[in-house]
Design a protein around this ligand. Structure first.
Ligand code: E4P
Length: 217
C-alpha cells in the first residue's frame, strides 16, 4: 500500500519524506489556502522534495478552462498529477489529460458508480472521501469495499486512493480492504507508530539496561 500525505505544508512533507513515509502527496484548494502560498510555487517546492505523484487540483469547472489549468499545472514538474472533480466536465478532462500521458486523480468521489465512471475515463487514481461520508453517518469504508470489488470484477487499472482519512483505524481498514493508496494528514501518518505497550516495553528495557551498567560500542 502506498502512503500519500494530504497536506501542502512543505516542512511536514520534508519530515515525513525523510522517514521514508511519503510515496506521494495530495493537495486541494483548501490545503493551498491553509499553506498561505501560491499554488505554482507550493507545488514546485513539494515536487522538489517528493519523486512520487503530487496531486494539484484544477479550480475551473468547465472543460476547456480545466484543460488550460491542467496544462499550466503540468508544466510545474513531471510528477504533477492533475486532480479533477468528479463531474462530467472533469471526466472529459480526465480522458484528455490521460491521453496526453499525464497522471490524473479524480477527486470528490462519494459513490461506487462515480468510481466506475472515473475508471472508464482512464483515471490513474480515484479518490473516495471516507471521512466525509462518516461525517454523514454513512460508513465510508463500505464505499472502498464496493469500489475494490467493482474494479477487480473488470480488471480496471485505476488505483483506489482512499482519501479524507482521519484516523489510524481508517488506515487499517483501507489496508484490509485492499485500497492501493491512502492519503492522510501528517498527524495521522505519524500516529500509526503509537502503541502504549511499545512505550511501556521500551521504558522497562531502558530501566533494566541502566541497571546492567553496560554501554554498547
Ligand atoms: C484528498 O485528496 C483530499 O485532499 C482530502 O483527503 C480531503 O480530506 P478532508 O475531508 O479531511 O478535507
Amino acid at each position: 500500500m502506498k502512503f500519500f500525505v494530504d497536506t501542502a505544508d512543505v516542512n511536514e512533507i520534508r519530515e515525513l519524506n525523510d522517514l521514508g513515509l511519503v510515496d506521494g502527496v495530495t493537495t486541494n484548494p483548501s490545503l493551498i489556502l491553509k499553506s498561505g502560498g501560491k499554488i505554482a510555487e507550493v507545488t514546485k517546492q513539494i515536487c522538489d522534495i517528493v519523486s512520487g505523484p503530487v496531486s494539484a487540483e484544477v479550480a475551473a469547472t468547465e472543460y476547456s478552462e480545466m484543460m488550460k489549468e491542467a496544462n499550466a499545472l503540468a508544466k510545474i514538474a513531471d510528477n504533477v498529477c492533475i486532480k479533477v472533480p468528479l463531474t462530467l466536465d472533469g471526466l472529459k478532462a480526465c480522458k484528455a489529460i490521460r491521453s496526453d500521458g499525464r497522471l490524473v486523480n479524480v477527486t470528490l468521489c462519494f459513490s461506487a458508480n462515480q468510481a466506475l465512471l472515473a475508471a472508464k475515463a482512464g483515471a490513474t487514481f480515484i479518490s473516495p472521501f471516507v471521512g466525509r461520508l462518516d461525517d454523514m453517518g454513512i460508513d465510508g469504508m463500505d464505499l472502498i469495499s464496493e469500489i475494490r470489488t467493482i474494479y477487480d470484477n473488470y480488471g480496471f487499472q485505476t488505483e483506489i486512493l482512499a482519501a479524507s482519512i482521519r484516523t489510524v483505524n481508517h488506515v487499517k481498514q483501507a489496508a484490509l480492504i485492499g485500497a492501493d493508496v491512502i492519503t492522510a494528514p501528517p498527524a495521522t501518518l505519524k500516529a500509526l507508530v503509537k502503541h502504549p505497550l511499545t512505550d511501556k516495553g521500551l521504558e522497562q528495557f531502558l530501566a533494566d539496561w541502566k541497571k546492567t551498567g553496560q554501554t554498547i560500542g
